[in-house]
Design a binder for this molecule. Structure first.
Ligand SMILES: [Zn+2]
Length: 512
């Protein structure tokens, strides 16, 4: 009887932290308790650990077993501590060599039969272990590929507890150990990305989409059902550049925690596209829920696109909750055990019908809505959200002429222009905390050396003078004008670029 020690990793938001796991086995009435702010799933670990150990041929004696997880101040959530707890307990009773397991990190849930089951969030967990200087990590075989995405740490996959015990005993006796065979899961089915060439007509909306992609501007599409608003939104990620290394790590880690990461071939390199239903609850949108704290839609859309179709139908409190993340690029989720911060830097695409019946504007004869109904519908999208949307564009039902016309440009063609425009922005804003026009503070664009000559901003100035444009709106138009110029390869916006920006900004198709 004695003391066994090993390590695990816990998760707070999207960041992992190292956990020391101690097991003390002493004479006394048989009991098995876990202390150190374990949640319900973690506190049930003893049941799984006892059964798994017994069914693996290494039963934990009926003594007084006390497991402590430290630091005690941080909540331990989920069943991923099982493997570390059983290893610490087996080390305490001398079933595995205590010295060998002491500095190894163990991640995994136990089945009652002794199988080691995959857990969510392995990528951020192993990343945290590597950052803490850990050299060896034992993970479930099901998570091996994901764990191997992390460099600087040796990953040891394990499928069953008795295998792990056998390997530790060989190591303890100084024998070499054969590597565990890798899982041979079939490669992910190739995802056929939707191409912009599929969108017929819609010249203005396509242009708006391209400008939105180039400058990372939030976008609002208004048009009748069937006009192709969803088609357009789904094609936005295809126009965006590949994720940079750090972004790819963050996006892959979030997918791992959310449980949406498929068979792993490498880090996710493309911006995500997340389209929650308009009935989405607060936890579904911003994160939270009981038990395992899951990231919400806005975090799964981090470094990608959040598409809210039928935006006026979303619950007002859910829309309100978007305000802070849009401003801050992250969201703080409060729960009983404390608060957790999730990243949420997304590009927002809103879509709405012109009126509740959907038939308003365009071929408006069929619309049966009253003026009041239309006004109410429009006002359901709050000003503070719309205030942050740079581009508002009308998407009419496609005309017959457009349907038989030539196909539009492909995603590849437009994405190349977007990439060049992004490069121009990155060069211009080098050394500043932003790299895209949509994030540039207004005062920056109104002062030297970026202030435009009065002759170029004459239309904007006139709109402000006539009370048609607020100062916020003015700044938004300046940002858009820079993006229009970047797409055209001009060093700075001319009067036509400003005029285009004013048009994209000012087309309020929904009465608000
Ligand atoms: Zn209507």
């Amino acid at each position: 009887m004695g003391l066994g020690r090993t390590r695990a990793v816990g998760l707070a938001g999207v960041d992992g932290f190292l956990v020391e796991v101690e097991a003390d086995v002493s004479p006394g009435l048989p009991s098995f308790a876990v202390s150190g702010r374990a949640d319900a799933a973690c506190a049930q670990s003893p049941d799984r650990v006892k059964a798994a150990a017994a069914n693996s041929g290494h039963p934990i004696p009926s003594r007084r077993v006390t497991v402590n997880l430290s630091p005690a101040s941080v909540p331990k959530v989920g069943s991923g501590f099982d493997l570390a707890i059983v290893v610490a307990a087996l080390a305490a009773v001398g079933e595995v060599p205590a010295r060998v397991v002491e500095r190894v990190v163990h991640v995994g849930e136990l089945g009652l039969d002794g199988s080691v089951r995959g857990v969510r969030g392995v990528l951020p967990l192993v990343t945290a272990a590597a950052r803490a200087g850990v050299r060896h990590v034992v993970v479930p075989l099901a998570n091996a590929r994901e764990a191997r995405l992390v460099t600087g740490v040796q990953v040891h996959p394990v499928d069953r507890l008795e295998e792990l015990v056998a390997r530790y005993r060989l190591l303890g006796a100084g024998h070499p150990v054969d590597p565990v065979p890798e899982p041979t899961d079939s490669p992910a089915a190739a995802v056929v990305a939707a191409d912009l060439a599929d969108v017929v007509g819609q010249a203005e909306a396509r242009l708006a989409l391209e400008i939105a992609a180039a400058g990372a501007h939030h976008l609002y599409l208004v048009g009748p059902p069937g006009a192709g608003k969803s088609m357009l939104a789904e094609r936005l990620p295809g126009l965006l550049p590949d994720l940079a290394d750090e972004e790819a790590v963050a996006v892959t880690a979030i997918a791992s925690i959310a449980g949406t990461l498929g068979p792993v071939e490498g880090l996710l390199r493309r911006p995500p596209f997340v389209a929650p239903h308009h009935g989405a609850s607060m936890p579904a949108m911003i994160g939270g829920g009981s038990g395992f704290l899951s990231p919400g839609a806005i975090t799964r859309a981090h470094h990608g696109v959040l598409f809210l179709d039928e935006a006026p139908e979303f619950r007002p409190e859910v829309m309100q909750a978007l305000r802070q993340p849009i401003e801050a690029g992250n969201v703080v989720v409060a729960r009983a055990a404390g608060t957790v911060r999730f990243p949420s830097e997304f590009q927002l695409v809103l879509a709405a019908n012109p009126c509740p019946c959907g038939m308003g504007s365009g071929r408006g004869a069929a619309c049966t809505c009253s003026a009041l109904q239309i006004r109410r519908y429009g006002s359901r999208l709050s000003g503070p959200i719309l205030d942050r949307v740079d581009i508002q564009v009308h998407v009419p039902a496609p005309s017959r002429a457009a349907l038989v016309g030539r196909p539009g440009e492909s995603t590849a063609t437009v994405a190349a222009r977007v990439l060049a425009a992004r490069a121009a922005q990155a060069a211009r804003w080098r050394g500043r905390p932003y790299a895209v026009n949509a994030r540039v503070p207004g005062p920056q664009l109104r002062s030297r050396p970026f202030r435009l000559p009065g002759s170029h901003t004459a239309d904007l100035d006139a709109a402000v003078d006539r009370g048609l444009l607020s100062l916020r709106g003015y700044d938004r138009c300046l940002r858009l004008a820079w993006t229009v110029a970047d797409l055209a390869g001009r060093g700075s916006p001319g009067r036509d670029d400003v005029g285009m920006a004013l048009m994209l900004r000012h087309r309020r198709a929904v009465a608000a």
